[in-house]
Ligand binder design. Structure first.
Ligand code: LLP
Length: 424
């Protein structure tokens, strides 16, 4: 069991979180469970067993180096969206052959880095194709012999039922290539021997609860693959992106990787290797944000629990009105009330949860925000100079610090010494 309550205390595997909080005195912090991470990868591995398939973990969800190393050791590849993520994946020991470089705004230097390392690149637009072609020519001129493997990212025009900010495969979204534009790309690729089209990619969006959209996408992508093959391209991969939701609301009804695969089965052309790019469903429920109560406050008939955790540490509630389950890490016996749980940041959007029925805590009570492993630390900021939190990993009865907290000096020193740029 990863995160669980025993005798009214929160445990992460064998560790009493209150004891950890007392030991580190470093609030707020992120806390991860290695066992949960392994279980989440195993769920994908079991669902994919027997299929030619790969798990390409979306590093953007959580780029902690230690977690990346664990995922690499569990057999995952890495989906990347920047040159720096590529560098991080190299540091974590991923084989470039197991990396995919994705994104709608890859810069030329980032494309060059990917080409230099032999990473497969997704083409998102005409300019992207030209930049990748130019990088492949530059590499060839330097004596690199191999062509660059590319996938075309298709905009499938499918609308999942998710927050509009995390839907990416709709007609009017900035990502991918519309089916009617594909002929231009295919013609262009025919004249570009240094680019080898090896497959198609699509990504529908994130927090998806209804796997029917994956079924629809597979049919569409399978049809496109067949028609592109008829033009002489030897497509080997179908990358269906990530997007499977997790059970933030604890309904018990969230589809599993197995349900996802069941929705695809039968629709997948069997001579294609399937690539999935899960982020949230690998790390989301493997991490929590641990905070301390700074105080309890009442404004008229509204009650607030003010914590040292804020939108700077976890922006999902502020940005998407996202729901995260919230509780305490220790027994709390105060009067139950309906609270908004807020941070110290000077924005009314600075909340972690709204209208939660909780017992009234004391100052310094430990509070937990669940399911914060994906897009938690990764989207944190030092707004209001709330320094980015430390990260800890539990494995059995061991705890390791896997990232130190940002310090005041980190922030202040980046602004010094002043240097005059112009006039020279
Ligand atoms: N592949 C591609 C091309 C993506 O754009 C993404 C996520 C993934 C894979 C991984 O998706 P996942 O399995 O994690 O849903 N910040 C938002 C989520 C943005 C997701 C962006 N793309 C949030 O906190 O909900």
């Amino acid at each position: 069991m990863s995160f669980h309550i025993r005798d009214r205390y929160l445990y992460c595997e064998g560790i009493n979180v209150k004891d950890l909080q007392n030991a580190v005195q470093n609030s707020p912090f992120y806390l991860y469970s290695a066992a949960q991470l392994r279980a989440n990868v195993a769920a994908y591995a079991e669902a994919l067993a027997g299929l030619p398939a790969r798990i390409s973990y979306a590093v953007k969800a959580n780029g902690n180096l230690t977690l990346l190393r664990i995922l690499r050791n569990l057999g995952c590849g890495a989906t990347l969206v920047s040159g720096n993520e590529l560098r991080l994946a190299l540091l974590a020991g991923f084989d470039p052959a197991d990396m995919m470089f994705n994104g709608n705004g890859k810069r030329r230097d980032e494309v060059a880095l990917a080409v230099q390392h032999g990473v497969t690149v997704n083409i998102d637009s005409e300019f992207d194709l030209e930049h990748i072609a130019a990088a492949s020519h530059a590499a060839a001129a330097r004596g690199a012999a191999r062509p660059v493997d590319v996938l075309l990212r298709v905009n499938p025009d499918i609308r999942p039922d998710v927050h509009p900010y995390v839907a990416t495969g709709m007609r009017d979204s900035k990502f991918g290539i519309r089916a009617e534009q594909l002929p231009w790309f295919l013609d262009r690729l025919k004249g570009e021997p240094l680019l080898r089209l090896v497959g198609l990619h699509c990504h529908l969006g994130s927090t998806i609860k209804d796997v029917q959209v994956f079924h629809d996408a597979t049919i569409l992508m399978g049809d496109l693959t067949s028609s592109i093959r008829q033009q002489g391209f030897e497509l080997r991969y179908l990358n269906l992106g990530g997007g499977l939701g997790i059970d933030y609301e604890r309904t018990g009804e969230m589809p599993t990787p197995q349900a996802l695969l069941d929705a695809l089965r039968g629709q997948l052309p069997d001579d294609l290797t399937l690539i999935v790019e899960p982020g949230r469903s690998i790390v989301g429920n493997a991490g929590v944000l641990i905070c301390c109560v700074t105080g309890v406050k009442r404004n008229g008939d509204k009650h607030f629990i003010v914590t040292d955790g804020s939108m700077a540490a976890l922006i999902r509630p502020a940005l998407y009105s996202a729901y995260h389950q919230i509780g305490f890490v220790e027994p709390v016996n105060g009067e139950p009330r309906v609270f908004d749980i807020v941070g110290p940041v000077c924005e009314s959007a600075d909340f972690l949860g709204k209208a939660r029925m909780l017992p009234t805590p004391h100052e310094d009570t430990g509070l937990v925000v669940y399911d914060a492993g994906a897009y938690g630390y990764a989207m944190s900021s030092s707004y209001n100079l709330q320094l980015r939190p430390a990260e800890y990993l539990v494995d059995g009865d061991r705890v390791m610090q896997i990232r130190r907290a940002e310090t005041f000096e980190d922030v202040a020193l980046a602004q010094s010494p002043l240097s005059v740029i112009m006039p020279q």
